[in-house]
Design a protein around this ligand. Structure first.
Ligand SMILES: C[S@@+](CC[C@H](N)C(=O)[O-])C[C@H]1O[C@@H](n2cnc3c(N)ncnc32)[C@H](O)[C@@H]1O
Length: 437
């Protein structure tokens, strides 16, 4: 038997919202949701689920929804709403189930003002046919019944006046967003951050679409100040990061990645960070990595460099240079030479690494910026063993960035590939600083 639930979503980052809902449903093995009924223009989504536990699992981690409710009814007016509730086939059962529970009523809305014009007491009174016998409790009631009014907003900051639709339901689960995840991970309050830090909302969404799982290993090869490590730790993965720039991952004084984890009470999730060139990867080949989540360098606030010599001729014969009888490259303060590298090659390396190291069905999720020119085609990197599952775009004025999410399907998959070919015709950094003209 399935039951009907109402999902109340936020109307932001719409290019990411469905991907988040689908990824979380898949993560928890929820198969009864009919995504063909999902409407991008609406904050509401009515779905069928097997039970409340499924609803809790599905929405508890979500960032782009507000909450999920057991659906009792809807209408264009209160009259219609009451008729709908009383004609719900589960009405008598629901009434019975919650007859003696402690409870309270709450109001929420989309597009209206929080105060509203509604006489709330009279509104609650109009539900007296529910005949609840339990005590009203404003703090920690067993059940919260919610009236949600949907308005058409009159403008960006102007609330609508007449509700278009009303919903009534029993709250089953508030999302991670409503439980304060955005405030908790807000960069403004983070001890260690830098110019490359990724904002809280979309880093948490990335971890959800990447299906970062509790108790598994998540790796960020370009960890910088550790924004994605924090997001992964929040969803209880064991996280490890690397970066070619030791200063970035070491931080300074009390401003360190470790201090961020401590502040978030996630210290147990943090394995460590290594100063390492991703393309000369030192992680043991049998070290299991379940998910890769990152924001590779695009040469804007940081350069794309790998170990090696720009001008190898200069080093001929000096490979084994010794200082005081010790090989120079084994000294603690040795700084290896680095050479510039192309973005295409770096992303190829990332895809190859993911295909080799992720388990079957494991996800690689990374961000890629693109210039919004009509005359330049954006070529998305593809690898024959990786299925490109999502390509979610966040638009800015003259450029955009995409979250690309791949699933490792193994060597028998044989999908399209463009590894090894030149994809980016123009240097994103030059175009960025030239205002994309
Ligand atoms: C866009 S930033 C990532 C920022 C990070 N998400 C954060 O929260 O700060 C890219 C990072 O890649 C690092 N990087 C560049 N080339 C690298 C390489 N070959 N191997 C590892 N890291 C590299 C840069 O030092 C930089 O910190």
């Amino acid at each position: 038997m399935v039951k009907t639930y109402l999902v109340f979503m936020v109307q932001v980052h719409l290019n990411f919202r469905l991907a988040e809902l689908e990824s979380l449903a898949d993560l928890y093995g929820i198969k009864t949701v009919d995504f063909t009924k999902y409407d991008r223009e609406s904050p509401f989504f009515i779905v069928e689920l097997e039970n409340d536990q499924q609803a809790r699992d599905w929405i508890s981690r979500s960032i782009l929804t507000r909450a999920i409710y057991e659906y009792w009814g809807q209408g264009k007016s209160y009259e219609e709403l009451h008729a709908s509730v009383q004609h719900n086939p589960c009405f008598l059962q629901y009434k019975q189930d919650y007859r003696n529970s402690s409870f309270k009523f709450e109001f929420d809305n989309f597009g209206g003002s929080s105060g509203g014009k509604l006489d709330r007491v009279a509104c609650i009174e109009s539900f007296k046919y529910l005949d609840f016998q339990g005590p009203i409790r404003m703090k920690n009631p067993e059940q919260v019944f919610t009236i949600i009014e949907e308005y058409e907003p009159l403008g960006d900051n102007q609330a609508g006046e007449v509700p278009l639709r009303l919903f009534f339901g029993r709250e089953v689960q508030r999302s991670d967003r409503l439980r304060g995840a955005l405030e908790k991970y807000d960069l403004k309050k983070r001890p260690y951050k830098g110019t490359t830090s990724f904002e809280a909302e979309l880093s948490l969404v990335s971890a959800n679409i990447g299906q970062v799982k509790p108790g598994t290993v998540m790796y960020d090869p370009f960890a910088g100040t550790g924004s994605f490590l924090s997001a992964g730790g929040h969803y209880q993965a064991m996280v490890i990061g690397s970066d070619i720039d030791g200063r970035m991952i070491r931080g300074k004084g009390t401003q360190t990645i470790r201090a961020n984890f401590k502040k978030y009470n996630d210290s147990l999730q943090f394995i460590d960070v290594l100063t390492m060139d991703f393309t000369h990867n030192a992680l043991r080949s049998d070290f299991m990595i379940d998910t890769i989540l990152c924001d590779p360098p695009y040469g804007i606030r940081e350069s794309i460099k790998v170990l090696g010599a720009k001008d190898p001729e200069r080093f001929v014969g000096k490979e084994n240079l010794e200082i005081n009888g010790q090989k120079a490259y084994l000294l603690r303060d040795y700084i290896p030479t680095k050479k510039p590298y192309s973005l295409d090659a770096l992303l190829d390396d990332l895809l190859q690494f993911a295909a080799k190291r992720l388990p079957l069905d494991g996800r690689l999720a990374f961000w890629m910026p693109v210039a919004n020119d009509e005359n330049i085609e954006t070529i998305i990197p593809l690898h024959s063993n990786l299925e490109l599952k999502y390509n979610c775009v966040q638009e800015f004025n003259k450029w955009s960035r995409r979250l690309l999410v791949y699933i490792n399907r193994g060597s028998s998959f044989n999908g399209p590939t463009n590894v090894g070919i030149e994809r980016s015709k123009e240097n994103f950094r030059d175009r960025y600083f030239n205002g994309f003209n």
